[in-house]
Design a protein around this ligand. Structure first.
Ligand SMILES: C[S@@+](CC[C@H](N)C(=O)[O-])C[C@H]1O[C@@H](n2cnc3c(N)ncnc32)[C@H](O)[C@@H]1O
Length: 403
């Protein structure tokens, strides 16, 4: 299948907009919140096909929604697969000494290494690490390029720890405590700045783009968490994005944006199992609350911090009921509700495969909006993956420099 050359932003962006808009009724509703398939009779054959999949097929399609998908009889699987395919980005042969990765988690270190391989540093570039945490990326780049790197982070303890690590490794990193959303952040930018960001969330990376464009700085950005934004409805940042969204009536709410980053392929097995149990219990509680309230509608229950899930289903139901201000009768037999929860989970996993198909296209669409913004400002822009999705599903990288 042909790969899209970098110059094809426009047709790809346009076609993705049309497909996301046309198929929104199928990918928008979260099956988790419905007792019956959320798309009604429209997709009854599709529903039948999904519910007939065995566990191995579900696992396979979760891992790779594009290959040999039985959904292609109903959905534009082939075209979506082609639209999310990217030509590889040119990368350098950078190998960072493992000792530099001390104090950094194994996966994070591999991401940093992959990021460093894909970073093109020009001779006069002055590197700035955006929302740097403890400055792991900044330290690696400072040592790799034997250059001074500035880094911005707003949490004082992270700045202190980052400074300590930089001093211990003799890495020339200047960690500034800075809230990047304030006007003051502007002073860190100039035309020589090359701002880098690994996994900068929604509004934080939009702010990066705003300041970089104003100063004409170079940008290397791996965006993530598009839904972390104060806007309830997404406003495309590029002129092209706004025009396309308007022509195709594509309206994206904040919850839709969360779909773009809901992949958990990299979570360890134990974590995935615990998450499954939590989801089955949530669905079991959903059955219970509908019956107790006498109202057949979904009731969102807040999420529980990792490791806080009660030992037993009953404990979970009592916790959830308290959170929703409900009384649970003390003599209630909860076993049937737990069983239904697991049954519904099996169905939800199958029905979710539809949304799964549109996750990467949505993420690509959001990235193309950022690419278009930069292109409209006269930047030469490349978009590609900087590492395998198994290392991090948020593997898109935008490289941009004023032409
Ligand atoms: C997802 S972490 C990414 C950290 C680092 N880039 C990495 O990949 O490990 C986001 C970081 O942004 C910081 N942050 C959040 N809001 C910020 C703000 N308004 N100004 C500066 N830093 C902020 C957080 O404290 C956190 O360290």
């Amino acid at each position: 299948m042909p790969k899209h050359p970098e110059s094809s932003t426009e047709p790809r962006f346009s076609r993705l907009t049309a497909l996301l808009a046309d198929w929104r009724p199928l990918w928008y509703p979260a099956p988790f919140q419905y007792r019956r398939p959320p798309w009604g009779d429209v997709g009854s054959e599709l529903t039948e096909c999904l519910l007939g999949l065995d566990d191995a097929q579900v696992d396979r399609l979760q891992a790779d929604p594009w290959q040999d998908s039985p959904l292609r009889d109903w959905l534009p699987v082939g075209e979506l697969a082609e639209l999310v395919r990217l030509a590889p980005l040119a990368a350098a042969e950078v190998r960072l000494p493992p000792a530099w990765g001390e104090h950094v988690g194994g996966r994070k270190w591999q991401q940093i290494e992959a990021f460093a391989r894909h970073l093109h540093v020009a001779p006069r570039d002055s590197l700035l690490d955006w929302c740097a945490g403890k400055g792991h990326l900044a330290r690696a780049l400072a040592r790799c390029h034997a250059a001074e790197v500035s880094a911005l982070e707003w949490q004082q303890p992270l700045c202190e720890e980052g400074r300590r690590l930089a001093a211990a490794q003799q890495a020339p990193v200047h960690l500034h405590r800075q809230d990047v959303m304030t006007a003051e952040a502007e002073r860190h930018f100039s035309a020589r700045t090359h701002v880098v960001a690994l996994h900068a969330c929604g509004d934080l990376h939009l702010r990066l783009l705003e300041l970089a464009l104003a100063a004409q700085s170079a940008v290397t950005l791996a965006p993530c968490c598009y839904h972390r934004t104060h806007e309830e409805t997404y406003r495309p940042v590029s002129r092209r994005g706004r025009a396309l969204a308007c022509v195709h009536s594509l309206r994206l709410a904040r919850d839709d944006l969360a779909l773009a980053v809901q992949e958990t392929v990299t979570a360890p097995r134990g974590v995935r199992q615990r998450r499954e149990r939590a989801n089955a219990w949530r669905l079991g509680f959903d059955e219970l609350q509908r019956e107790l309230r006498g109202e057949d509608s979904y009731l969102p229950v807040p999420s529980l911090a990792y490791g806080r899930l009660p030992e037993r289903f009953e404990g979970f139901c009592r916790w959830a009921a308290r959170r929703k201000g409900m009384e649970l009768p003390s003599s209630l037999d909860l076993t049937p509700f737990e069983r239904v929860g697991w049954q519904r989970l099996a169905e939800v996993k199958r029905l979710e495969l539809v949304r799964h198909l549109f996750r990467r296209p949505l993420e690509m669409w959001l990235a193309l909006d950022r690419v278009s913004l930069l292109e409209e400002a006269g930047y030469r822009v490349e978009l590609g993956a900087f590492c395998a999705a198994t290392l991090t599903p948020r593997n898109l990288l935008i490289r941009a420099r004023r032409a």
